[in-house]
Design a protein around this ligand. Sequence first.
Ligand code: ZN
Length: 290
Amino acid sequence: MCLLCDLKSPAADAPPPALAYPSPRWQARRAFLLAAGASAAGSALAQVDVGSSSSLRKLVPAETLETSARQQYSQVLAEARSKGALAPEGHPQLQRLHSIAQKLIPHTAQWNSRSRDWKWQVNLIGSKQINAWCMPGGKIAFYTGILDQLKLNDDEVAMIMGHEMAHALREHARERLAKSQATSIGLSIASQLLGLGQLGDVAANLGTQLLTLKYSRDDETESDLVGLEIAARGGYRPEASVSLWQKMQAASGNGGPSFLSTHPSGANRIQELEANLPKVQHLYEQAHKG
Ligand SMILES: [Zn+2]
């Protein structure tokens, strides 16, 4: 579900660099959070600037989608297990993933308060695929291909993991699925269904779409920046976000990582990350002082 993309796309197609400056929308949201004294405010206030989530996503209830994702995740694990491809608990690479996740998870709730109740899971699947993803509700999978073929160090793994967590935290799958529902059945009908409380039944069938879902370039930019911040707060070197994507880009010459087919990026991905490194550098330093 969450992999890279179309690195060769012309820059002209890339979204405007809206993240370079706080949008009025995001400033308003920050003001609201501060006024409300929400837990997202205070010392944990975000350093990267991303907009507010689309309200359209509410067409698909979060609880229903998380339930669908849980079922789909179990199926993926069962299939891997049946092929002997699911890493056992003591596998060194799986332990490595778990210890990275433990450092990132404490920094996720500020991006989605529902995630406080998520049961995060991380599994490792033996496959040559250069791939990793996080389903709604915090269900993460890494494929051995992404670790081995890109020879990722811990900082780079943390950047991928943060990026994937950000897709789930910012509810990008929910938004994509809501938009496809709205398009296919019509907004007015969707609204009626929502009023009748029946859209959840539609959403219950959405789990199977999660593995092939393509994110938008805006979603990718948002996940890059939110993931960068989460990883920096967890104590991982911000510059690793740049080396990670350089490695991914280099690998795209060999037929392309499957990651890239579902994670479209604009040509400016690396420049955008570089521009944001100074915003999170102090978070990385604080994590090491603490
Ligand atoms: Zn992505």
